[in-house]
Each structure stands twice: as C-alpha cells, then as structure tokens.
Design a protein around this ligand. Structure first.
Ligand SMILES: [Zn+2]
Length: 203
C-alpha cells in the first residue's frame, strides 16, 4: 500500500465533495490533524475508521486501498489483489510478534538465571543479595508478562471440540498450563476444556 497515493486520493475525494479537512474530521469523529496526517501520507486510517471514511467519501474500501476510483471491469481484480496484500501483511505481522515473544521469553529467562546466580554466589552482603534477587524476580515477571500478552493477542486459539477460533482473556492465557504455544483452556463457545492450538488466521 502506497500511503502517499492513498493520502492524495483521500484529499481528491474530499475536495470533490467540497469538504474541508475539518468537515471530514467532524463527520468521522477524528481530529483535523489525523485527516492531515493521512492526506500527507504519514498514516492510514485504523480499520475501525475505514468504512465510516469510505461512506463519507462515497467510495468503497477496495477503492480506498487501491487509491483510485475503479471501473467495474477492474474492480474484482483489484479486490483480490488487495485481499492478498492485506493477508500477507497480517501474516508477517503476526509471525514478527511471535519472534519478539520468543526473544523476550528467552532473554527474560537468561537474565533471570544470570542475576540469580550472581546474587547467590558473588554477593556477600545479605541485604544486597535479597535486593538483587527481588529486582531479578520483578524484571523476569515484567518480561514474561509482555511475552504472555503477545501470546494472548497474536493470532487465535482453536478449540479441539468445536473448532471455534478466539482470542482468550489475559487471565486465562496466564493461568493455563501450556506446551510451547498450545494451551489447556476452556473454550468460550462449547465450554469444554482441551489443549488448544495457536493459529494465525481466523478462517
Ligand atoms: Zn469449543
């Protein structure tokens, strides 16, 4: 997606309708600055804003993503192209998050053990020993919390019994026994407990 092109397209369509940046901003409940940011190619509307924006500008989401008004013979081809682009971007974003999670988990664990061993064997003063161990535990927990947060929101868990795919609560991910990414949780759809695998896509 070319942000400069989509920005120019938003600007053109807005001007065609004789709307100011302020008018458009008010219609979709964002700030004038946000509209200006999009039009300058410094950002793209959040997914929740795409449809309201398209409705005001009298264009389709397909046209917004293609940054032009599409003649009917081109429409379907562009829609499929856009779908594949979005899917590719989504998949690589999720995989990227999974890599960050692994690094975070490994790093937290390594730092935890190194500091723990230092505290036990290298520090003589008992007070300092416990301060370092306390700090160590806190650093470890923060790292692991971030990793679990990624685990919770990146991709979906799939229920073995009913095939339902969902994003669980932080608490259920945190408390669930796990084997790498597979977690033993209760399905919010059929309420049965099972080892639920992680998948990238909902469909
Ligand atoms: Zn289920």
């Amino acid at each position: 997606m070319d942000l400069v092109k989509t920005g120019n397209f938003i600007k053109e369509q807005r001007k065609l309708l004789k709307l100011s940046q302020k008018d458009l901003a008010e219609k979709i409940n964002v700030s004038e600055k946000t509209i200006s940011k999009w039009e300058c190619g410094n950002g793209f509307p959040d997914t929740s804003l795409i449809l309201p924006l398209c409705e005001v500008l009298n264009i389709s989401a397909n046209e917004l993503l293609s940054a032009k008004i599409l003649p009917s013979d081109e429409y379907k081809i562009k829609a499929e192209e856009n779908l594949i682009i979005l899917k590719t971007q989504y998949d690589s974003a999720v995989k990227h998050l999974f890599n960050i999670e692994i690094v975070l988990g490994v790093l937290s664990t390594v730092v935890y053990f190194v500091l723990l061993l230092c505290a036990i064997f290298a520090i003589e003063n008992l007070v300092w020993k416990f301060i370092i161990i306390g700090l160590d535990v806190i650093i470890f927990l923060i790292g692991i919390m971030f990793a679990i947060r990624i685990e919770q929101v990146a991709g979906f868990y799939v229920c073995k019994h009913c095939n339902y795919k969902y994003i669980p609560t932080f608490k259920s991910v945190f408390l669930a026994p796990h084997n790498f990414r597979t977690r033993y949780m209760k399905c919010p759809n059929c309420h049965k407990r099972s080892w639920q695998k992680k998948v990238i896509n909902k469909d």
